[in-house]
Design a binder for this molecule. Structure first.
Ligand code: ZN
Ligand code: ZN
Length: 356
């Protein structure tokens, strides 16, 4: 199965006249051969693949790795790569420039001095941009687990409770339901803190009448979920209700426009244009969303500067927001999969303004 994913590498072999590509990014390695450990390298030629790891991972690799020959290497992996390159007469190897440090690049070019190393930019990560059915099943499962966890702990969100307590209750619930962990540090931003789009849960005590933005996600089998709700703890101010209804309408409009062929820039504009019409554009500073999968933020990016088009199988978030300094903020986020003629929404927590 995983061998099919190598199909996406063909354009790189051709365009850059490579005889191999070296992967060291663990997300790309997992995607291409199934290895889930924390260190390894994958060298792929058009006809063969080798997974290189040290003795700590030989047994695990033998169990997990598909479609690649496992080779144990000593402490200095680069020497094994050099030996393999010599054995296979490789002279042009592409590498993940976006995931290689300057010092490891220097070591690599020293050891592989007779080989041309070709930088493959962030475009290489686009091999993961369309999810296959195995991936969409995992993304759908982790999204469901995460949404149900939030719904189960809603009663823990109340005046007098600290933001971190909400985050902890949610993480505990996710773990109880089988998550491997949280996808990222949850944002729980109440009252004026809601004006910070990335206000991670603090010791602030939630007060009656405040809006609380909760941006959360679970991690399971390597895949992430990402969802945001904004709820009210007790009756909110009229302005808070108004902002919530604008953000929700912008979110709904964008979701109903998701389909193959629409540009990410146009989709961003659908939500942004609506918020502009309502007079709040200056308070929506970030892009509309992002791809999600083995990373929380991956390709494509949905923003006014985006150049990608949506295609069937892409999994993206839609997350407009309005953040007003000194007042607070609202964000509403769902994760959706692009289908043949629209999209399916994977996350399912209630997006209405719940008054708790
Ligand atoms: Zn989020
Ligand atoms: Zn997000």
């Amino acid at each position: 199965m995983l061998k099919n994913r190598r199909f996406y590498l063909n354009p790189f072999f051709e365009e850059f006249s490579l005889n191999a590509i070296l992967f060291t990014d663990l997300r790309n390695i997992r995607f291409l051969c199934g290895f889930t450990g924390s260190e390894g390298a994958l060298l792929i030629t058009p006809g063969h693949a080798w997974f290189l790891c040290d003795s700590r991972y030989t047994a695990q690799a033998a169990e997990e790795v598909q479609g690649a020959e496992v080779r144990e290497c000593g402490a200095v992996r680069i020497e094994t790569i050099a030996a393999l390159a010599a054995e296979q007469s490789l002279d042009r190897i592409g590498f993940e420039a976006a995931h290689t440090t300057v010092s490891s690049y220097r070591r690599l070019s020293e050891k592989l001095n007779s080989i041309e190393l070709i930088e493959l930019g962030p475009r290489l990560d686009e091999i993961r941009i369309r999810k296959d059915s195995a991936e969409t099943n995992l993304l759908s499962a982790v999204a469901t687990l995460s949404s149900l966890s939030l719904t189960a702990i809603l009663s823990a969100i109340k005046p007098g409770v600290r933001e971190v307590e909400v985050a902890l209750a949610l993480e505990l619930e996710m773990r109880r339901r089988g998550a491997d962990g949280k996808a990222f540090d949850f944002i729980v931003a109440s009252g004026e803190r809601g004006a910070m789009p990335h206000g991670v849960a603090s010791n602030k005590i939630i007060q009656s009448g405040e809006l609380v933005t909760i941006d959360f996600g679970a991690l399971k089998d390597g895949y992430h979920s990402d969802e945001t709700v904004t709820v009210a703890c007790g009756k909110p101010e009229l302005r808070a209700e108004e902002i919530h209804s604008i953000v929700r309408a912008a979110h709904d409009l964008a979701i109903s426009a998701v389909r193959p062929g629409i540009s990410c820039k146009d989709l961003d504009e659908i939500a942004r244009g609506y918020i502009r019409e309502k007079g709040y554009e200056e308070y929506f500073g970030h892009g509309l969303g992002h791809g999600i999968g083995l990373e929380v933020h991956e390709m494509p990016t949905l923003s006014p500067r985006s150049t990608s088009l949506l295609d069937e199988g892409m999994v993206i978030t839609i997350e407009p927001g309005i953040y007003i300094p000194g007042f607070g903020g609202v964000r509403i986020e769902d994760t959706v999969i692009v289908t043949g003629d629209g999209c399916d929404v994977l996350t399912s927590a209630d997006k209405r303004l719940l008054v708790l």
